[in-house]
Design a protein around this ligand. Sequence first.
Ligand SMILES: [Zn+2]
Length: 278
Amino acid sequence: MPELPEVETVKRTLKKLILNEKIKDIQVTWPKMIKFPDDVDEFKSLLIGQSFYDIQRRGKFLLFLLDEHTLVSHLRMEGRYGIFAQEDKPDKHTHVRFLFESGKELRYRDVRKFGTMHLFHKGQEELNLPLSQLGIEPFSEQFTVEKLNELLSKTNRKIKTALLDQTKIVGLGNIYVDEALFRAKLHPETRANQLTLDEVTRLHESIKKTLMEAVNMGGSSIKTYVNGQGEMGMFQQTLFVYGRQGKACKHCGEELVRSVVGGRGTHTCPKCQHPPVT
Ligand SMILES: [Zn+2]
């Protein structure tokens, strides 16, 4: 599933391609993807005639800003956006087509069909689900050591589970939680409220650094992720633990292990990340 770095990369690449493009028609072949408004014809009529003037990101959501509306889109497992010429025939995985007056179009493709779209009047998006329940952005000024410490001190869930909770901090998924915890030398099963201030400080630093480096490398292409121009990310080459079970730890040489924490496949170094004493 795309996490913050991948969604940020899609945002940046798409932005250059769709600014000022005006929608002349929309085709939806998988109406279930449109979560709001309920009526697909209403969705289309609200968007036709509007132009894109910005793309933003909130957590793992893309926000397409149009003249009067904001389209909130989640790629879920394998959703992809791309720009195509209208004469190019769309494949069977194309579920939404935004046809521009220019002859180009924005296509949403999704093999698994789990992606979602919500359309709101401008300014209403933050007040409604899904965005209204989201927590702090890791690159924002609000994300301080003190704030992270406050959030974690309120829960005795395992630190990995707490970090995946998008209502607390947004953008981290399975890859970047495992990487950030490794870099902070913290075991994923440690209880969130058991961390010392030193450990929270290390974790804060490692979350920001891991995400920033991944954004700078265009995200991680683990399975199917590509950016808005069909290009792969490069961060997967620099991963320390994710997907590296059985291989040697880049720090200490110990064999990395895979376990399950909170129902999620989890990658750790048994030597660098000590399990909590129970
Ligand atoms: Zn190690």
